[in-house]
Design a protein around this ligand. Structure first.
Ligand SMILES: Cc1ncc(COP(=O)(O)O)c(N)n1
Length: 262
């Protein structure tokens, strides 16, 4: 289950999530709800529009009903504009009320800005409310700055935290750090994959992680597997319709040449 914005270039957002889930967990059906339509990648800052809120709410209600029937194993949430934040929070509150094993696990990848510029996500206050109602939050460096000082409430809410690309990994290396709600931490230190930084890596990692959680894996195992999957995927880039390097498209699509697109 993926909830987020539609980036028509497929670099990030719902298309990226859906293609990632199809590659990582090909037998699992994907259900998607669009919280926004975006226009990005023409050398201008990204712009976003929210579909009629009643439609978004109706779609999220449908997801809530599917989850109550035990049909949703995991949820990945990406871009949530301010106008849709209340509706998504209502869904997360509804999911949290479900008992195990019906309750889907929720991975939230906060999206504040597009890498091309342009603000996309909800206010830090609304985003924090969504974080506190999820199971794992995967902010990038800029986004985690928005939530500095809230670590204690995040932990108290039972939410794990994955810091990507933490400082001090050393030359040619990269390290992500998972902090569990009980304070235990696990570091994933590995060689950096050389080459351009493609779009949508945050979306892809969070979705791959949700796919692992859907299998019933622990956070540590799902994180390790998702990081390994993304590191490999970074080796197979193509130039997207926006001229930027993208991860591969849906399974079966050819990875076009021009992998070193910048
Ligand atoms: C709909 C949507 N979701 C997420 C991102 C972040 O991705 P990126 O950092 O590649 O701009 C984005 N630009 N658009």
């Amino acid at each position: 289950m993926v909830i987020g914005g539609l980036d028509p270039t497929g670099g990030a957002g719902l298309l990226r999530d859906s293609w990632t889930a199809q590659r990582v967990a090909p037998t699992r059906p994907v259900v998607a709800v669009a919280t926004a339509l975006t226009d990005q990648g023409r050398g201008r800052p990204a712009r976003a529009w929210v579909p009629p809120l009643a439609t978004v709410r109706a779609e999220l209600d449908r997801v809530g009903a599917l989850a109550e029937g035990g049909a949703i194993a995991a949820v990945k949430i990406g871009m949530v504009p301010e106008a849709a934040a209340g509706a998504v929070l209502d869904l997360l509150t509804r999911l949290r009320a479900l008992g195990s094993p019906t309750r889907p696990r929720v991975v939230l990848d906060p999206v504040a800005r597009a890498s091309d510029g342009g603000s996309l996500g909800a206010s830090p206050t609304s985003a924090l409310a969504l974080i506190l109602a999820s199971d794992l939050c995967t902010p990038n460096r800029d986004e985690r700055g928005l939530f500095a000082g809230h670590e204690a409430s995040v932990r108290a809410a039972g939410v794990a935290w994955l810091d990507k690309a933490v400082e001090g990994a050393g030359a040619g290396r990269v390290c992500d750090r998972l902090v569990l709600p009980d304070g235990r931490a696990r570091s994933y230190l590995r060689p950096r994959v050389e080459g351009p930084d493609p779009r949508g890596t945050g979306c892809a990692l969070a979705t791959a992680l949700a796919c692992g959680l859907a299998e019933g894996w622990s956070l540590e195992r799902a994180t390790k597997a998702a990081i390994a999957w993304l590191d490999e995927a970074r080796r197979h880039l193509h130039r997207g319709p926006d001229g930027r390097p993208h991860l591969a498209g849906p399974p079966g699509s050819r990875s076009r040449s021009g992998a070193s697109a910048s």
